[in-house]
Design a protein around this ligand. Structure first.
Ligand code: ZN
Length: 167
């Protein structure tokens, strides 16, 4: 994957490892319909090309306050903000396990820049067996079935399993 700023979200998440993004790019309509239903939005509203792209999931446009906030403050990432980390970002970070590495992501973006960070994220979320990019919730690889689906899952296995079973 080439470095693409659209996939570097303001809040510090890597859109390339989001199931909405992955299934949009692979045109997996059946999976997107399941996701759309779970998020209580239409299929059309579920297509996503990333945080800074034209076509963006309603889940991210409706719920996100960081995007507009960053625009007002003329910054590209929350990690550049004088108020970082604000209470809103802290609350956001604790709610779902795919956000567990948010703080280290901002540190890394500040340290080496978003392009290198994105290369690292792309590796981090790849299946170590077949190189398929998996999401933070692909406990096993969606292509080859290898466990874990990626090193992110390996690092946060317990939190992810607990979250999945609570749904
Ligand atoms: Zn695999």
């Amino acid at each position: 994957m080439e470095s693409n700023l659209n996939l570097a979200s303001i809040c510090g998440l890597f859109c390339g490892s989001c199931s909405l993004y992955i299934n949009t790019q692979e045109n997996n309509i059946d999976k997107l319909e399941v996701i759309a239903k779970s998020l209580n939005q239409t299929l059309e509203e579920t297509f996503c090309d990333g945080c800074r792209a034209e076509r963006k999931s309603a889940y991210c446009t409706k719920n996100c306050t960081f995007f507009d906030c960053a625009k007002e403050r003329n910054i590209s990432f929350c990690g550049e903000c004088k108020d970082y980390p604000c209470q809103e970002l802290k609350d956001f970070q604790t709610k779902m396990p795919h956000r567990l590495e948010l703080w280290s992501s901002h540190e890394r973006i500040n340290e080496v820049g978003w392009e290198i960070w994105m290369e690292e994220m792309t590796e981090h979320f790849k299946c170590t067996s077949c190189q398929t990019l998996n999401s933070a919730y692909n406990v096993t690889c969606r292509k080859c079935g290898f466990t874990p689906g990626n090193n992110f899952v390996l690092a946060h296995n317990e939190s992810i399993l607990r979250f999945i079973s609570s749904k």
